[in-house]
Write a protein that binds this ligand. Structure first.
Ligand code: PLP
Length: 399
């Protein structure tokens, strides 16, 4: 069982006077930052804020810390160090990747996208239709938001070069079976790009074991700084054309990062691993096992919330009602604008959002008006039971 006091002690937000009395339920938008990341960021700006990789101590320390961040994150994710790179955001990373595929693919070849994805892993690929690439949509069930792998099988043939889907949607919350889907796509000769943004905060996955070719997530939602993290497995990375300066094209971790990264934030990302390792040591488990502890805690807290919302006639709960199959990113469609409900919740000390959350396609597919949006209640492993109880009480008054 997670020692929540230890966990919350690693996040300064829980000791911040201006946040006292507030329960945070917009974690899917961006999580609180852990102490080691803040410490590293502060140290970088104080001591190392010079051009890295030059032959003087401040610069060497900065460059070494950037390398450390990549190698330790890659280790946590089960991939090689040069298979991990940073970009300004996941959206920016997919745009760069789509450009690389645009140059490599021929008219008549096909890409599979879903209507469950956040726009970041959807629109950039769909735009390849302008170049004669066929876009095939793997559609969700309009009632449940579920993506059925059997439906994907029907879309796969020798024309498909790439299958893009989310590990977990930011409004449906269901955890998709990445390994199974990847195996289907690979068997048909297609590469696989997974948007892990909504999943990674609930336990950094073993990307090597999942088997996908690209795995993307955003550090600012995983207790870190505002960076996009991209895993590009070597075989695909070598097959795609360079998107960086011509002389950087032979270095895998530079090849899909056209612009210079934010040095301080890259270095500070090592703090995300500091945190996971500290938590693992405190709990007496291996760092990879932390994900299981997080999941167990989240499921325990989530089920009463799902039960409450599922029994409320005035709201429509999106995604599975069984906490074991989903992340605690819980969206509900209301009879009125969701933003108004979020505003009303704020009166009760709840931080939540009401919006389309850039999941316009999934909402439309489920018959939800994006202009009304959904009220999204999202939490992570540092959330406490008393906060979920406070949320349910507030929802009882507001909905
Ligand atoms: C599931 C999902 N994918 C992608 C993104 C885009 O990430 P970024 O803000 O890093 O571009 C988000 C952001 O909310 C998201 O929730």
């Amino acid at each position: 069982m997670l020692d929540l006091e230890f966990v919350r002690g690693q996040f300064p937000a829980f000791a911040e006077p201006s946040l006292e009395g507030w329960a945070f339920f917009e974690n899917a938008g961006g999580s609180y930052t852990c102490q080691p990341v803040i410490d590293r960021l502060t140290r970088f700006y104080h001591q190392r804020k010079v051009q890295p990789y030059a032959p003087y101590p401040a610069s060497e320390a900065g460059g070494a810390e950037m390398d450390e961040a990549r190698s330790r994150l890659a280790g946590l994710l089960g991939v090689e160090t040069d298979e991990l790179s940073f970009g300004p955001s996941t959206t920016q990373n997919t745009y760069v990747l789509a450009q690389a595929f645009r140059q490599r693919m021929m008219p008549g070849e096909a890409i599979v996208v879903t209507n469950q994805d956040h726009e970041a892993n959807s629109g950039p690929w769909r735009r390849l239709a302008d170049d004669g690439i066929e876009i095939r949509e793997w559609k969700i069930d309009p009632e449940t938001g579920h993506l059925d792998p059997a439906a994907l099988e029907k879309l796969l043939d020798e024309k498909v070069r790439l299958v893009c889907f989310p590990h977990c949607s930011n409004v449906v919350g269901e955890i998709n079976p990445v390994r199974e889907i990847t195996a289907l796509a690979h068997a048909a000769g297609a590469w696989v790009c997974v948007d892990g943004v909504s999943y990674a905060p609930h336990g950094f996955p073993d990307v090597g074991e999942l088997g996908c070719d690209i795995y993307l997530f955003s550090a600012y939602k995983t207790y870190g700084p505002h960076q996009g993290i991209m895993v590009m497995r070597r075989a695909l990375g070598e097959a795609l054309p360079n998107q960086a300066h011509f002389f950087n094209g032979d270095t895998l971790y530079k090849k899909f990062t056209p612009a210079g990264p934010d040095h301080a934030q890259v270095a500070a990302s090592a703090g995300m691993v500091d945190y996971i390792e500290a938590l693992a040591a405190h709990e007496g488990v291996a760092p990879r096992e932390v994900a299981g502890l997080m999941h167990a805690h989240e499921v325990t807290l989530m089920q009463p919330l799902l039960d409450f919302l599922g029994n409320r006639n005035s709201v429509r709960l999106l995604g599975p009602r069984d906490a074991a199959h989903r992340a605690p990113t819980v969206a509900v469609a209301l009879q009125g604008p969701a933003e108004a409900a979020a505003r009303a919740l704020a009166e009760h000390g709840i931080m939540a959002g009401g919006s389309d959350f850039y999941a316009v396609r999934p909402l439309q597919a489920m018959g939800v008006d994006p202009a009304m949006g959904v009220l999204r209640l999202s939490f992570v492993h540092y959330t406490a039971q008393h906060e979920v109880e406070k949320l349910i009480e507030a929802l009882d008054r507001v909905l």
